[in-house]
Write a protein that binds this ligand. Structure first.
Ligand code: CTP
Ligand code: MG
Length: 220
């Protein structure tokens, strides 16, 4: 199977509050985007396309392998992935979309996603169980009811897709739609999405505390 990776790395990282784009922030001396690209390649992806902030192309090129293709991202994650998807070779069977913000994702997760696609899934996401009690709350902050925890999962990346299925789902998605991940994009096109085991180490770096935890994790 010919699989191409997309890394969404065009965000600014407002919640992290660094002075460079979040994907360029170093973790153990290596920029987050480099960790994400290396994980995809180690897990069995043949090529990688990275969506970067348009003004920062040179800074990204300087920290990534030459064979990585860079495209200008958009104003939302959805727009960035849409732009990267246009640069994916149409001979590819599969596309894996990954967040630069999940630097410590083990290559095993990539391997599991690829295996599910090879087994015939058209869309697959890595998921983790929820360990806390889950409830629904109203706009006033009061609990309105219990949510069945065993039916709920936390969704991670990389998310894998049959390439033509993902391309068609993006084609059907309204131009300015903003969804938080790509499983949601194919779900709107009524594609069934399978799950594989995620990994706690694939946690997303969103705020400074997450980066501090990731630094500790690299040391152990
Ligand atoms: N992303 C992107 N293009 C955007 C916005 C986000 O490619 N216009 C990417 C980010 O670079 C990140 C991933 O989507 O790897 C997940 O987004 P998030 O964690 O929200 O990162 P940022 O948008 O950079 O952070 P913030 O929302 O705090 O500004
Ligand atoms: Mg964001």
């Amino acid at each position: 199977m010919h699989a191409v990776g997309i890394v969404a790395a065009a965000g600014s990282g407002l919640r992290l509050g660094s002075d460079v784009p979040k994907a360029l922030v170093p973790l153990a001396g290596r920029p987050l985007v480099r960790w994400a690209v290396d994980t995809l390649l180690a897990g069995g992806v043949a090529e990688v396309v990275v969506a970067v902030p348009a003004a920062e192309r040179d800074a990204f090129a300087a920290v990534l392998p030459d064979r990585v293709v860079l495209v200008a991202g958009g104003s939302s994650r959805t727009a960035s992935v849409r732009a990267a998807l246009k640069a994916v070779d149409s001979s590819a069977d599969a596309v894996l979309v990954h967040d630069a913000a999940r630097p410590l994702t083990p290559p095993d997760v990539v391997t599991r996603v690829l295996a599910a696609l090879a087994g015939g899934a058209r869309a697959v996401v890595p998921v983790l169980p929820v360990v806390d009690t889950t409830v629904a709350v109203g706009a006033d902050g009061m609990i309105t009811g219990a949510l069945p925890r065993e039916q709920i999962r936390r969704v991670q990346t990389p998310q894998g897709f049959h390439r033509a299925t993902l391309v068609e789902a993006y084609r059907r998605l309204p131009a300015h739609a903003e969804l938080t991940d790509d499983a949601a994009v194919v779900h709107t096109a009524k594609v069934r999405v399978a799950t594989v085991d995620g990994d706690e180490r694939a946690a997303k770096v969103t705020v400074a505390h997450d980066l501090a935890l990731a630094e500790l994790q690299v040391r152990v």
